[in-house]
Write a protein that binds this ligand. Sequence first.
Ligand SMILES: *[C@@H]1O[C@H](CO)[C@@H](O)[C@H](O)[C@H]1NC(C)=O
Length: 302
Amino acid sequence: MKGLFSIVSAALFATAVIAVAPPAELGPLDGLVDGALGEITNILDVRDDLHFNPVDIELKTLATGEISPRYMTNAKRMARGLNPKAPVNLRDLPTSTVSATLPKRSTAPNLNSRSYTGTVSVVSNDNSSVIGYVSASPNKYGQYGLCTDVDAALKVSFTVSDDSSPFDITASNGISDFPFFGAIVGHASKAVDLVSGALNYVALGGVEQCGLGAIPSIISNAFSFITGISVAVESAIWSISDDLELSLGWVNSDGSKPESTDLVYVSTEDALVLTGDLPVFRNSFGFSADVSVSCSLKLVVS
Ligand SMILES: *[C@@H]1O[C@H](CO)[C@@H](O)[C@H](O)[C@H]1NC(C)=O
């Protein structure tokens, strides 16, 4: 018993040391196999340790509402009197953007695939009551939080293939330039991996499309657009259960799945986040259980 106690207290001590250690570690990009790390070292200058989101920096504003014509097919664009899509102009993208190559998606029709459209309700894990809906309006950092009126909810759609591979979710009335409903590595995360013992977290937000089940990659996203800070994201990591619970299957940088994750609604930030260690996450930011509600997402089909 005494042995167990000292292991536990040693672990607690180690956690405390990690929590107060100066930011000598790499930032939220640690663990990326990308060759572009040299370009984003400035992140350490901007990142202030234990702020859930950066403070004292200038924020750009995002367009919200109808999906950006940039993402429409040429047929849809022409139906609206727009010219066909121009090739992507790299100068229009944030300078920190590193385009990752997407694994090829199958274009063969999948006869058993199912398509869904709806809104996403957020259910408290404590009492199973619906505490709100994922809102079409993000917080000022491009992260999605909650609304109570279903009319203000994010409208999502996605297609599930019969081989239970992860899928993308697109939003039709959210952040129009980043229409994929994905996950963005949290600003104060020490690394991109969701692991036990670390405060690391990813926030739901608007991103560009990433490879199916891909490891974290530095791709344009709403948070980076707004703050100018590069962080890694994932998009095609969703799954749905028979009772329409939507789960985020974050993939760590070595391609493995986290041992366990918890989805939390942080009301003070109006953000939904996934973390690999809920107690460490809560303690690090001083979030009580009341302001960091453990929750689940459920599709409301429309
Ligand atoms: C259910 O729990 C949430 C927090 O988890 C709380 O905000 C809400 O008031 C509770 N609702 C009921 C009916 O107890």
